[in-house]
Ligand binder design. Structure first.
Ligand code: DQA
Length: 152
């Protein structure tokens, strides 16, 4: 079984983009950490990044189908700025019944007001915000726990 780790726009720049906000870990390093935590659960991590909203929509549909078939526990999703703008991503998660844990590196609620609203949170199973790269293994643990039958 798999766990997907999906990244949205500008997260390919991780490590050099505003390190005071997002840290110095690169996306490759972060994905390696996710793969390691997934492996502890006996899961394969499928990690992808896109700057294109429609591509993220397609991937959410893919995860939803895989989760329905029992091939995946779902997706850890950091949709970047699309979090705050994308009704399409909201509808993709809802429509495909894709199990999602939403992650943000920074504490979006302590930042600009335009980052306070998320279109994903209402359709996410859980949200991990403000723990930097440490949030990803937490989110993977959370998805596994939820896939095991409930919040605990
Ligand atoms: C982010 C927060 C978003 O507001 C921002 O647009 C990002 C990264 C985070 O991980 O803190 O691209 O999702």
């Amino acid at each position: 079984r798999s766990v997907y780790v999906l990244h949205g726009p500008n997260l390919n720049l991780l490590g050099t983009r505003r390190p005071e906000v997002y840290g110095t870990t690169t996306l490759a390093d972060l994905e390696a950490r996710c793969a390691a935590r997934a492996a502890e659960h006996g899961l394969e991590a499928i990690c992808r990044q896109s700057n294109h909203e429609g591509e993220l929509v397609d991937w959410i549909h893919e995860v939803g189908a895989a989760a329905r078939d029992g091939r995946s526990v779902g997706a850890v999703v950091n949709a970047g700025a699309y979090t705050h703008t994308s009704i399409a991503l909201h509808d993709a998660v809802e429509g495909s019944e894709c199990p999602v844990v939403e992650v943000h590196l920074s504490n979006v609620h302590a930042r600009e007001p335009f980052r306070h609203h998320s279109f994903l949170s209402p359709v996410a199973r859980g949200v991990v915000v403000g723990f930097g790269v440490t949030g990803y293994p937490l989110a993977i643990d959370g998805l596994v726990a939820l896939a095991g039958g409930g919040p605990g």
